[in-house]
Design a protein around this ligand. Structure first.
Ligand SMILES: C[S@@+](CC[C@H](N)C(=O)[O-])C[C@H]1O[C@@H](n2cnc3c(N)ncnc32)[C@H](O)[C@@H]1O
Length: 319
């Protein structure tokens, strides 16, 4: 759900729920993967929509999300819970594949954003952590306090598309060490000329960029999409909700590659399987309605895209 901090609901309201269910669920007795449990809004709805023989396998890298998932699994035995990164989905899912559908609802959850101790928010004082799994890797403070100025500038530019990346990186290096979120937000705000875009906190892009870098979100996305597609049974579906342009671009590019037939030399006899693409487009870009955005401001930046894996190609030869 990206870096939009306009909501303050401690629960996570699932985004584009009806659209996800409509486009993802084709077999009510199938196995579905919710690769981003969060607080389980989508998992709960999937369990409601599926029948008694179905299975929902859910993954999250955040131990607090996994604990919430285990509580739900204790009430509904159709749910299996796995802790880990979705880039590792192939290994995590081994006993459950192939599956009829995978959902990836990217970014951070409302409880992550709204819990100051997690350090994701520039609006509330907390330790500058930003790790989705606080037991893994370096915190935002540890990295910002040791990184070279040029490296910080590159991260801000690449993952935050921040125009003032170099200026902000210089100010960060001059003001460090940092321990808490508000100190970083203040230094960034002072470094942005004219205090940035109206209606947007000047530290929005910096916090998004640091979070993406610390959690290796773009590598996770690339590997997670590939692993999710590989896990699908023929006719299985992959639904992805992204929250900012970098994510959406990565999803769009992979989906385009999978749904377009490969370019082949003309007048060469080819098998049907060589002419056709491995997937077909099902839906997207789907955006939230005005009513959903009014009820859940975090839906404003959401984009859903859905593809289906094609059934196994026949072995015919066409001239
Ligand atoms: C937007 S929330 C999902 C909200 C959920 N759909 C709901 O309705 O409650 C994203 C969740 O994905 C998890 N996540 C993000 N990247 C991940 C990754 N690479 N591997 C596993 N979990 C990840 C986060 O920890 C977070 O809990």
């Amino acid at each position: 759900m990206g870096g939009d901090e306009s909501g303050s609901n401690p629960d996570h309201i699932p985004v584009l729920l009806d659209e996800v269910l409509k486009n993802l669920v084709q077999a009510k007795a199938g196995t579905y993967v919710d690769a981003t449990f969060g607080r389980g809004g989508h998992s709960r709805a999937l369990l409601r929509a599926l029948d008694t023989h179905a299975r929902v396998v859910t993954i999250d890298r955040d131990p607090t999300a996994v604990a919430a998932a285990q509580t739900l699994a204790a009430q509904d035995t159709r749910l299996s819970v796995l802790q880990g990164r979705f880039s590792q989905m192939t290994d995590l899912l081994e006993a459950h594949t192939p599956v009829q559908g995978v959902l990836m609802d990217l970014g951070v959850s409302s409880p992550q954003l709204d819990t100051p101790e997690r350090g994701f928010s520039f609006r509330a004082a907390g330790p500058l952590d930003m790790r989705m799994n606080p037991e893994e890797g370096e915190s935002a403070a540890e990295w910002l306090n040791r990184a070279q100025e040029a490296e910080i500038a590159t991260v801000l530019k690449e993952f935050g598309e921040e125009r003032f990346a170099r200026r902000i990186a210089k100010a960060i290096v001059a003001a460090r060490p940092f321990e808490d979120t508000l100190a970083l937000a203040d230094v960034v705000a002072a470094a942005v000329p004219g205090r940035g875009q109206p209606g947007k906190h000047p530290a929005t892009r910096t916090f998004q960029a640091v979070r993406i870098f610390i959690n290796e979100e773009m590598q996770e996305l690339d590997q997670g999409l590939q692993a999710a597609f590989a896990a699908l049974a023929p006719a299985g579906r992959l639904a992805v909700i992204s929250f900012h342009s970098l994510e959406d671009r990565a999803v769009k590019q992979l989906f385009r590659r999978l749904t377009q037939p490969p370019a082949l030399p003309r007048r060469v006899p080819v098998r049907h399987s060589e002419m056709s693409s491995p997937a077909e487009h099902i839906a997207g870009p789907v955006r939230a309605t005005a009513a959903e955005c009014a009820a859940n401001p975090r839906a404003r930046s959401a984009t859903l895209r859905v593809i289906a894996k094609k059934a196994l190609p026949s072995q015919e030869v066409h001239n």
